[in-house]
Design a protein around this ligand. Structure first.
Ligand SMILES: Cc1cc2nc3c(=O)[nH]c(=O)nc-3n(C[C@H](O)[C@H](O)[C@H](O)COP(=O)(O)O)c2cc1C
Length: 307
């Protein structure tokens, strides 16, 4: 219960969040980077940067380009590796009063399982978000997210490697997102995140060459919001798992739209780059909306647009 008498708390596959707003992986660092701008302890949870077994340097530059209503990125999962994260960031995670969810990736199914095991053993991590949907890496990445059977295999391997809640992050770059959602639900996922970025590209007309060093990248920001709301709507109808919705959320109205479509929580990504306080602004905006509408429990809004 907040001081205003509203119940803002949600439960995402066993992770208790005091409000439904979290960060989207890769757009909020590991947390400390944003602490000068925003009180991280106000958030419902923090989802940190994608982490792999070995450190990764990421893709060739340039790796970000602005597009109408969004950005294209091809970071390529640059990160210091799970052992570094455990040594240097887990003590910070333990000092926070919010659950920290670590986003994990791998080149092979075994890689995912090993990262999950190490994070489980480290403590200080509330859950794992399994990225089977990154469009910017050559091996693994989106390939796992595009095939229901491979998505299920990764999910089952992570499930077997940890007792932590397992949230599987789905790709929009598929014909039928519900088929992948159903497969990972059967394989033991506790919750789902959707969506990751949409595969796109841009060409520099003066140079006559692709802008991104990696040629293609992932599109995010307001441009992808209708695709994301549609994906949440479809998956909410198909699968009985809590959903973290994301894709172009920049203000409270956007977040409420996702919740009405079926998301129990929302993640803020690209908007953090323009407004590092976007998450807290959104929490306050959702509270205002609930007061105006006379809704005391956020959970009553989840999926309410389905009638
Ligand atoms: C620069 C950048 C880096 C990202 N890195 C990751 C990542 O490491 N793992 C992941 O699952 N998603 C990653 N994403 C995808 C976001 O978490 C999110 O799913 C997507 O950007 C849609 O939300 P948005 O439109 O609010 O940004 C990244 C997105 C951006 C823009």
């Amino acid at each position: 219960m907040t001081s205003s008498g509203l119940n803002m708390s949600v439960n995402i596959g066993g992770i208790k969040m005091k409000n439904p707003v979290t960060t989207a992986s890769g757009t909020f660092g590991f947390g400390p980077e944003y602490s000068p701008y925003v009180d991280i302890n106000r958030l419902g949870a923090v989802v940190v940067k994608g982490t792999t077994l070995k450190p990764r340097l990421g893709n060739a530059t340039p790796r970000i380009v602005e597009t109408p209503s969004g950005i294209l990125n091809s970071i390529g999962l640059q990160n210091p590796g799970v052992d570094y994260l455990v040594e240097h960031y887990v003590p910070y995670f333990k000092s926070l009063q919010v659950p920290v969810i670590v986003n994990i990736s791998g080149d092979t199914v075994e890689d995912y399982a090993k990262v999950a095991e190490k994070l489980d053993a480290a403590g200080g991590v509330a859950g794992l978000e399994v990225n089977i949907s990154c469009p910017n890496v050559k091996k693994g990445g989106m390939a796992f997210g595009s095939h229901p059977s491979m998505a299920a295999e990764v999910t089952a391997a992570v499930r077997a490697a940890t007792d932590l809640p397992v949230i599987v992050k789905l790709s929009p770059n598929v014909t039928d997102i519900t088929a992948v959602a159903e497969a990972v639900a059967k394989a033991g996922a506790d919750a789902l995140s959707l969506i990751n970025t949409l595969l796109g590209m841009a060409i520099d007309i003066d140079k006559g060459r692709p802008v991104l060093g990696n040629v293609m990248g992932g599109l995010s920001g307001p441009a992808v919001k209708p695709v994301a709301v549609r994906a949440v709507w479809q998956v909410y109808k198909a699968v009985q798992l809590p959903i973290i919705g994301m894709g172009g959320i920049a203000n409270a109205a956007d977040a409420i739209e996702f919740i009405l479509a079926g998301a129990s929580a929302v993640a803020v990504g690209t908007a953090n780059f323009a407004n590092p306080r976007a998450t807290v602004d959104i929490i306050e905006g959702i509270e205002r909306y609930m007061k105006e509408k006379g809704i005391r429990d956020i959970n009553r809004l989840v999926g309410a647009a389905h009638g």
